[in-house]
Design a protein around this ligand. Sequence first.
Ligand SMILES: [Fe+2]
Ligand SMILES: [Fe+2]
Length: 268
Amino acid sequence: MDKPTMFEPYEAAPDIDVVPCYFSIPILGLLPINAFVLKAAEPVLVDTGFALLSDEFLPQLASVIDPEDLRWLWLTHVDPDHTGSLHRLLEAAPNLRVITTFLSLGKLSLFGPLPLDRVYLLNPGQSMGVGDRTLTAVKPPAFDAPETTGFYDPKSGAFFSADSFGALMAEPLEEAAEIGAEDLRDGLITWATVDAPWLHSIDPAKFAKTLNLVHDMAPQIILSSHLPAADGMKDDLLQLLAQVPTADHFVGPDQPMLEGLLRQLAAG
Ligand SMILES: [Fe+2]
Ligand SMILES: [Fe+2]
């Protein structure tokens, strides 16, 4: 896959659709970038894909829900792979309000401020109703931006975990269970060392306590922004993430490697 590509939405649970795209990272592999539609009584979109694919993202989203019907946008954090269609959606969906944190709001004010009457601030541990269920904001165990909040939906049993539990992959799939065990281990641990290198300075015993919070939440399905839907895989994913503090550090290519790659490309 030589350019970012949108894929058809798929159902992760009876009331949850995934709107996926894939982005190929040189040397590392394929990274899924998911948005989600939670079909609550007050429908919630989770994140908005990335800007390069916005022209394709909006029709794919419209194939699972009329954007005008969206009541909430849960913005996990403001990295560019999560905010791509944010402002276009605010225009297209006049009833949409953005659930996010004070830090998200502050960072957005530097490149795309949100109107304050379109915002609903929710901190980890706080809850809010969306008609037929109450969502609780959760700080995921791994993240690359301080504003990150995921959430737990007790009605579907889904934990929307933002960047946490993401994995680099070899090919697009709709279920994390279809990834081979070795590929999932390598892809998840490598992604976590790239996305959250601070995990290397965490005491593994303390990190285990953080992971236990997810264990005790007991989600039936984990919906990461960067992994296909992971149904019934909580224990597997937690066991992999627990290995990250002691895993090899990720070091990107340096200039001699880049020049070698360019020579290879020039030679065809
Ligand atoms: Fe991120
Ligand atoms: Fe991300």
